[in-house]
Ligand binder design. Structure first.
Ligand SMILES: [Zn+2]
Ligand SMILES: [Zn+2]
Length: 350
């Protein structure tokens, strides 16, 4: 997906197979250099598969900033390079002509041109991020690969015609994330009746996407992440039933489609909601180099295992094999984190 702000800031949301056509379109419609920001929600293959086929990355003079949630144990650059190894692709990541900068994110807000970007974790296997983009009083929320946190919600009793009330604190925060958006692009892979067998797969029933958008007072909802088993006719039926569900509110529901263009009219400037979010969403690289962790366990294998796991993350590691030694080290070194065994000879962990 391409998002162009009023000041010309170019943002691309995810990099699936559609990135090939988008790259061609950008090359044909813009003056070089073509510079932009690629916001990746997560690195599941369907979201990065188009990366090696996105032509602006091949052109010297172009500059791209690539953002994705900070992973565990592997840098974003290495994750992207993996699918471009020689067995899979003839051009390696480091041979791409454009200047590419990588940014690993945690939750929070940052600015890209005039666009305020707020990142929030979605509920999806592995780490996935949703993005709220705000500029000129207009808000767009991209929330895909997400499912409700509350398993009870579909069965919750409802007043006639009223949207279901989400019960989970995280679901309430999700609604806050969507609040007042001019356009919400939301995961809607399943129908509610299919959902019980698909729970924990990380995708939403379309009906609940409607409920969330209604509760958030959003203006338009693009159903997204269509199930590949659904043909156009089935998708039309799903949109129809979602429109009936949305009829109580002023919510415009439609199915996201390839080639669609949506203009979001600028409104009088309001303080972006995201301004209240904490700054510095960009992580300082994998691990916090200066943090000290004290490992306490009488089983040397456990200490060795933890050391092997944590050492590559750049932590400073200390260890003790019993409670008394641990206390002494803790007093002297003031570690940032204790990983403490409970049952130990002499003084126990507690
Ligand atoms: Zn995924
Ligand atoms: Zn997906």
């Amino acid at each position: 997906m391409e998002v162009t702000a009023r000041d010309g800031t170019l943002i691309v949301l995810d990099c699936g197979t559609g990135a090939h056509e988008l790259g061609q379109h950008l090359a044909a419609s813009r003056e070089p250099p073509i510079c932009g920001h690629l916001l990746i929600t997560h690195t599941h293959w369907d979201y990065i598969q188009g990366f090696p086929f996105f032509t602006p990355l091949f052109v010297r003079g172009n500059e791209w900033d690539v953002y994705a949630p900070q992973g565990v144990g592997q840098r974003l650059e290495d994750t992207l390079a993996g699918q471009m190894e020689y067995s899979y692709f003839p051009v390696g990541l480091r041979q791409l002509g454009a200047t590419i900068r990588y940014h690993e994110l945690v939750e929070g807000a940052f600015d890209v041109g005039e666009v305020r970007v707020t990142a929030r974790y979605m509920n999806h296997p592995g780490l996935a991020m949703g993005y709220r983009l705000e500029a000129g009083g207009v808000a767009l929320v991209y929330a895909t690969d997400h499912e409700p946190h509350s398993p009870h919600q579909p069965d919750a009793p409802r007043r006639a015609g009223a949207p279901a009330l989400p019960v989970h604190r995280e679901d309430r925060e999700h609604i806050e994330f969507l609040a007042g958006a001019d356009l919400v692009i939301h995961d809607a892979q399943y129908e509610l009746r299919e959902y019980p067998t698909k729970r924990t797969w990380g995708h939403s029933p379309a009906e609940l996407a409607v409920d969330f958008a209604l509760a958030a007072g959003a203006k338009r909802l693009a159903l997204f992440h269509h199930d590949p088993f659904r043909d156009d006719a089935a998708l039309d039926r799903l949109v129809e039933s979602c429109r009936r569900r949305a009829v109580t509110g002023a919510l415009d529901v439609f199915a996201a489609a390839e080639g669609q263009t949506i203009e979001l009219a600028e409104r009088e400037a309001v303080t972006p909601r995201a301004a209240r979010q904490p700054e510095a969403a960009i992580a300082k690289g994998v691990g916090a180099a200066s943090a000290t962790i004290l490992l306490v366990d009488d089983d040397p294998d456990i200490v060795r295992l933890l050391t092997m796991t944590l050492r590559p993350e750049g932590f400073r590691l200390l260890s003790a094999s019993d409670g008394n030694a641990a206390l002494e080290i803790a007093r002297a070194e003031r570690p940032d984190l204790l990983l403490l065994d409970w049952n130990m000879p002499g003084r126990n962990g507690l």
